[in-house]
Design a protein around this ligand. Structure first.
Ligand SMILES: *Cc1c(COP(=O)(O)O)cnc(C)c1O
Length: 381
């Protein structure tokens, strides 16, 4: 049966010898815009494409403020700082995610606390979050504290896994009730919507990534979104070394970061943004084709949750158990079709194995069975 799957995927992607998991597609104005930045000499810290990109993100997502950054991890770090996370505080997140989420928390000297995911969304579970807060925290002066250690719960970071929106409305409602700022890690979900509204616009702050393997790419890049004017202003200020604007004086009023998005990358980002809707439509068609194919094979294909529209960044199947998963991984990778298991869950990594956690049985079950399969935009060649 695995042979049929390999043949099917190869056929979908033009019968190449090797089918990557996710390759970027540059068929629009990418070269034109990149050459424009070189001709202008404004390849670095400032430039027209940075402003244009931030405006495109605001228009597309509906967020009032968008601040470009050099990558998604920097965007997350900055968003957590702006949400008020401090050293030795705790940040609730899901163990089923890319390492960047936990790394960003660690840069502040804060620690992740792991709450399980929902089997339907693969994002943070609203039920488990609520149960965790009810039993494990106490509130004092409007803040939440972890009973066992007395540490403040400074933020909550759900992630929209593989582009599928988490149950974000419920998560926001719970976090608001407990007065815990919510930062949305929307790195994988540009263009995905929950009840018609763009992911990355529900929390106090949202972050996106435009790394080379994401739905659209700027080479490296990210963006912070928020509707809060003071946070938006501060995000721009802190990501640009906190320099006080002046014609010649070099004065800085905070410890700042060199996290800005270079104009060269912003040029690529603008060209890719122009194609985002077409890419998402193309990816959704591929997902629909996969869904039908795998249903006939009796293999579970991961689909968008009800009420949401996913960008289907990375398609995924669920095998029956780890042994089947490993057989699937071996056969496909041996035969020119790149597939990949889910990330090793964060609480199993040496840096995070001692972090506090709730019951993580769903994340562990999914981790053992999930495989990502080729998901690039398909184009006629
Ligand atoms: C890609 C990604 C990021 C950010 O990655 P960068 O490579 O720094 O742009 C953050 N979180 C998740 C879940 C991601 O998949």
């Amino acid at each position: 049966m695995y042979k049929e799957i390999v043949d099917y995927i190869k056929n979908l992607y033009g019968n190449k010898d090797f089918i990557p998991l996710h390759a970027p597609v540059f068929q629009g104005n990418e070269k034109k815009y990149v050459v424009e930045t070189i001709d202008s000499t404004f390849v670095s810290s400032v430039g027209a494409f940075v402003d244009r990109f931030e405006e495109m993100i605001r228009d597309y997502t509906g967020a009032k403020f968008a601040i470009g950054t050099m990558n998604g991890t920097a965007a997350l770090h900055m968003a957590l700082l702006l949400a008020g996370v401090k050293q030795n505080e705790l940040v609730i997140t899901q163990p089923f995610s890319f390492i960047a989420t936990c790394n960003a928390i660690s840069y502040i000297g804060a620690q992740p606390v792991f709450v399980d995911i929902d089997a339907k969304t693969l994002g943070l579970s609203a039920e488990k979050l609520e149960a965790f807060l009810v039993t494990e925290i106490e509130t004092k002066n409007g803040s939440c504290f972890y009973k066992k250690t007395g540490q403040r719960i400074a933020a909550c970071v759900p992630m929209h896994t593989f582009g599928h929106p988490a149950d974000i409305e419920k998560l926001v409602e719970i976090c608001n009730r407990y007065n815990v700022p919510l930062v949305e890690d929307a790195a994988e979900s540009i263009g995905s919507t929950y009840k018609g509204r763009q992911t990355g616009t529900f929390g106090l702050l949202g972050t996106f990534s435009f790394n080379g393997n994401k739905t659209i790419t700027s080479g490296g890049g990210g963006v912070i979104t928020t509707n809060d004017p003071s946070l938006g202003k501060m995000a721009k200020h802190l990501t640009t070394q906190a320099k006080v604007p002046h014609r010649w004086d070099f004065v800085h009023d905070h410890i700042g970061y060199n996290y800005r998005l270079p104009n060269l990358n912003a040029a690529l980002a603008c060209a890719q943004m122009e194609q985002l809707d077409a890419f998402i439509q193309n990816k959704r068609e591929t997902a629909a084709v996969y869904a039908t194919f795998f249903r006939e094979k009796g293999i579970t294909f991961v689909q968008e949750p009800e009420g949401s529209l996913s960008n289907y960044w990375l398609n995924a199947v669920l095998l029956k158990n780890q042994a089947e998963r490993d057989a699937f991984l071996t056969f496909t990778n041996d035969n020119g079709v790149m597939t990949r298991p889910a990330w090793r869950t964060m609480h199993k990594l040496p840096m995070f194995q001692n972090c506090h956690r709730g019951d993580l049985s769903v994340a562990e079950n999914i981790e053992a069975r999930l495989v990502n399969i080729p998901s690039s935009v398909r184009f006629e060649s």
